[in-house]
Ligand binder design. Structure first.
Ligand code: ZN
Length: 323
């Protein structure tokens, strides 16, 4: 753990799951119309992304921003190269997801008792029991599912979360047949050393399991945490176009890691993502237009390094930026 890991061990390619339409938009004050969401997702579908989290089948009164997820699924132009997923907290949500022809389900629950209560109004044990029901429903429908564990690196109510607790929950989800485990830094409490500590413990316990990191950047450590995870072999990450999302427990703080910023960093490091960065930046600009405000992402403001003119000033993306 204390040994420095040389950068030469970095993966050569990385898979990014775009979570802006769900994790991003569900934390935005501005509520997009179904039409606007469809436009945003259709733009994302043509960027080279292979995984897009479209929405959530949760109680509409709890998360009104996601109330139209079934309609969004029906109206998007599905790119056959993309897997469109949704998060689901219980069996009712799983049935709605299957009816909406969702291609992949993310079962989610928290590693800490109080965050799970606050988030889905259930104990962790009740969520695990629902997870077993969701797994059965998904398996019968031949739908791929994975397990997303929230507040793995710290809970806003309880503080530190024990690694053994995280591993126990992960083990239960893997036993149910989860195709991968996503470790969520839901409120941006992780730091690079902790990220490596948790991931190394996970890999030791579950050497054959597939792992994904869902980082947030509420305290600015997001891309540092991504690098820390890359160094210990993680090659799957969640990110959101424009870096939208925020965090309900840290008002004004940035949310998910910005997809364009992550892709830009990875490409500059020589790590392939399969994503067309200018096309992804177009999606972030569209998001600004739809939300009616600038998004937190940095690359759309500073420009792509390799596209910079010799004077070092970024080329304006929109002619209106000159005004
Ligand atoms: Zn999140």
């Amino acid at each position: 753990m204390d040994q420095l890991i040389p950068l030469t061990y970095l993966p050569t390619s990385v898979s990014i799951r775009e979570v802006g339409p769900r994790d991003g938009l569900q934390n935005e004050d501005v509520m997009l119309t179904t039409e606007q969401k469809v436009r945003f997702i259709d733009t994302l579908s043509n960027t080279g992304l292979r995984l897009i989290e479209v929405g959530a089948f949760v109680r509409p009164q709890n998360v009104p921003q996601m109330a139209d997820t079934a309609d969004v699924f029906e109206r998007i132009s599905k790119n056959p190269a993309v897997v469109y997923s949704a998060i689901v907290p219980n069996a009712v949500g799983a049935k709605r997801a299957i009816a909406a022809q969702v291609e992949a389900i993310q079962i989610f629950l928290s590693a800490s008792e109080s965050h799970n209560q606050s988030n889905v109004n259930m104990s962790v044990e009740q969520s695990l029991s629902q997870a077993a029901d969701i797994a059965a429903i998904a398996t019968e429908a031949d739908c791929w599912f994975d397990g997303v564990i929230s507040v793995v690196f710290g809970c806003p109510f309880e503080g530190d979360v024990s690694i053994s607790r995280v591993l126990e929950v992960a083990g239960r989800l893997l036993d149910m047949g989860a195709a991968q485990i996503t470790l969520g830094d839901t409120t941006g409490m992780a730091h690079p050393r902790l990220v490596q500590q948790v991931i190394l413990a996970f890999q030791e316990r579950f050497p054959r399991a597939t792992l994904r990191l869902h980082p947030h950047s509420a305290r600015g450590a997001g891309l540092a945490n991504v690098l820390a995870a890359l160094q210990v072999g993680v090659d799957r990450f969640d990110a959101s176009a424009g870096g939208i999302g925020g965090c309900p427990f840290a008002p004004g703080a940035p949310g998910n890691i910005c997809s364009e910023d992550m892709v830009h960093m990875l490409h500059e490091m020589g790590i392939d993502t399969g994503i067309d960065l200018p096309a992804l930046m177009d999606a972030a600009h569209l998001l600004e237009e739809l939300l009616g405000r600038p998004v937190p992402g940095q690359t759309i403001k500073a420009g792509i390094c390799q596209h910079l003119p010799s004077d070092g000033c970024p080329r304006p993306f929109h002619s209106t930026e000159l005004v």
